[in-house]
Structures are given as structure tokens and as C-alpha cells.
Design a protein around this ligand. Sequence first.
Ligand code: DOR
Ligand code: ZN
Length: 429
Amino acid sequence: MITLIRNGDVVDPVRETVEKVDVLVEKGKISKLLPPGVFKEKGPQIRIFDASDKFVIPGLVDIHVHLREPGHEYKETVASGARSAAAGGFTAIACMPNTEPPNDCRSVTEFILEQAERACSVRVYPIAAISKGQEGETLTNFGELKEAGAVAVSDDGFPVANSELMRRALEYAAFYGLRVISHCEDRSLAGDGVMHEGVISTRIGLAGIPAASEDIMVYREISLSRLTGCPVHIAHVSTAGSVELIRRAKEEGLLVTAETAPHYFTLDHQRVVGYDTLAKVNPPLRTSEDVEAVKEGLREGVIDVIATDHAPHSPLEKELEFDRAAFGMIGLQTALPLTLQLVRDGVLDLTEAVGKLSCAGANIIGVSGGCLIEGENADLSVIDPEYEYLFEADQILSKSRNSPFIGKRLKGVNELTMVGGKVVWEKER
Ligand code: DOR
Ligand code: ZN
């Protein structure tokens, strides 16, 4: 079987080009990239996908996803998360270890990989815990976890408070070629906060999480990276302060990389005014100045990656008083249109936007993907950036529906997702 993706504009974020090219897929690989019309064979063994007026992009790679398996399968399973990812244009996702039990040992990592294999959908890369039980006290066995298939380590959701432990984690992880992904939050300062600390939290009477609780830990990770000479990746940047600290660290030549999530460049703390728990997320939605700083960070390349922080929760955790509701929002099916908005707004060009959603993250966790070249795995998506639609709950393939974008008009959609030459998702036409 040969697949021909015909007449599309192929986006290559590595070469920074957009060119009309036919993509030929054979035996799971991109066998040929040809000028349009050169490949003329016809027949039952050739499947043709017409990508006229569409863009063919490298499959998106999301390095920050919460699948809830094992432990909270009613919110998400590896299979349901993978399906939602495929619908959103992702061909690979890396999943955070805050499951139950947490992914802190070989058997959990292997279990996740087995579930991913069974799901037959996108590639799933487990991220293991930094500390046993994510309790911040004893390091996990990085060598064993790497051998089992973990691609990075993180205590996302339960930030490492102990600086000495974080120092050892950076050194130990660098030895095994695993990237440390740090959820930067000083919990002693965040306290019982449930939204950004500022004029709005004061006005609506909710306890605040100051921007400084993030900035302090970003500064610590930068200092530890300088001390050890080891790389560190900063998760979900939400503050202007973090952007400035990372900018300076990069100017200094330190091995610091960073990601943000679409909600941090799309929404601000105003969204919390109606006490809608769909807007409750950690780190919290910040001020419009922070949103502008995050966009500027993306534009300048200070922020390398766009990751979703897809965090599924059921109505049991979300339909509660704001104080008691869980933090988190899903994001796999809205990341592409929200990022394309940055292109329309002139913040990023298309190749940069696609790069931040694909090869940039893949490089950080050291996996393949994010490029369209002959001989590589045929992991790709076909997108229509002009398609406008109302985003509705019944389009969501995640088991959870906790998106603040339900009922909003979005522009840009994924039409086809192929992983290793196999179509794992196709939009109804
Ligand atoms: O909003 C969040 N949700 N932030 C986190 O750090 C964890 C995540 C989750 O697991 O629900
Ligand atoms: Zn986090």
C-alpha cells in the first residue's frame, strides 16, 4: 500500500520552508517528497489524499500531557488521551507521572507503554517521577526508569521543594541523558491560593497565588543549572518574571529551555471573574501583561516549546465551589487553533508555530519526530488553518470535558493524522 498526500503545502520547521510538495508514504516511512504531479501512478494499491489548500505538517509532539492511567481511568486512559491527541494533530505525547500510583518505577513505565501499544494510536512517551511517590524526599532510580522507556523526569504537580534534591536530580539525570522538567512553584508561597494574586483575586475574594511563587523557583532552577552545568526544562511558563529570567539565562548561554501552554497566551485572570472552575489551572491564568510577556517570549525564542498541560478532570472534581475544585484544563484538541491565532496575530510565522508544537519538544525529550524528510517515520498531519467552527463538547474525544474553550469559535483544524504511515484519525468530511 502506498499513500500519496497530494498537492498540499508542506511545512518544514527545521528548514523553515513552506513548499507545495507531494508526500509519498510507503512501509510506514516518507519514501519520497516530490514536486506536485510528478508521481502519476494509479491503482488500487495507491491511496490518495488530496491536500489542496491544506498544509501538511510534521505530526505535533506534546511534551506535557496528563493521562490518568493508572489510577484515575474515569478521567482519562492512555487510549482516550491518545485518541484526543490524534484528533488534535499530535502524533506523539509525553505523559506526566502524577498517576496513582505515580510513575516512579519500572513496572508503571512499562504498564503505560503496554497500554499505549494496545491503543494503536499516537506514540506515548512516559515521563518518570523525580522522587519516589513524588514526595520530594528520595530520588527514583533514573537508570532503571530510562531502561524501561522513560524519556524525561519530572515531579510535575508536586514541585520539588528541596534544592539539594533538585541539584542531585539534575546531575543524575544528565548522566543518563534524561531531561529534568521542572514545575516551578514555591508551595509555601502559593499556600491555599486558587487563582493569580492581584486586583481580581482581591475583588472577587479568592486566595491568590503570587507570580513570585513561580519566579522564585525559575530562578532556583537557573541557578542550579549554572552550578551543575546540567540542562533543565521549565514547564508551563506563565509570568513576565519567568520570561525575563529565562531570557537572561539564555543570553548567558545556560542550558535552560522552556515551554508555555496555549491558555497562558490566550486567557488572563479576568476569565476567573464568574468563578468558572474551567478557568482554574495551576499555574493560574495571570494578568494581561503576563500574557503579552509570554507572547513576546515565544516571538523571541525565549520560550522554545508550546505544550498543552492537558489535565483532564471529571465533573466530580470540577463542578464544585471554586476553592474546592481541581486545577487543570484539557488542551489536546484546542492547541493547534489557539497557536494558529499567534500566526494570524503576527507573533510567530507558520514554520515557527509548527516547530514549537513539534520538533522543539521532541528535541528536548530526545525523541524522533517533528520533521518531514525522506526516510523518516511518516508521522504527519494535514491541517486546514482557515476552517472556522464552534468548538463543542461532543467533539471532544478525551474522557473529560474540562475546557474553557467549549462554546467558543475557533479557526484552524486538523483533518488527518498519520503515525508510522497509519491513519490514526481522519476528520469527517
Ligand atoms: O493545573 C494543573 N493540573 N496543574 C498541575 O500542575 C497538575 C495538573 C493536573 O495533574 O491536574
Ligand atoms: Zn505542572
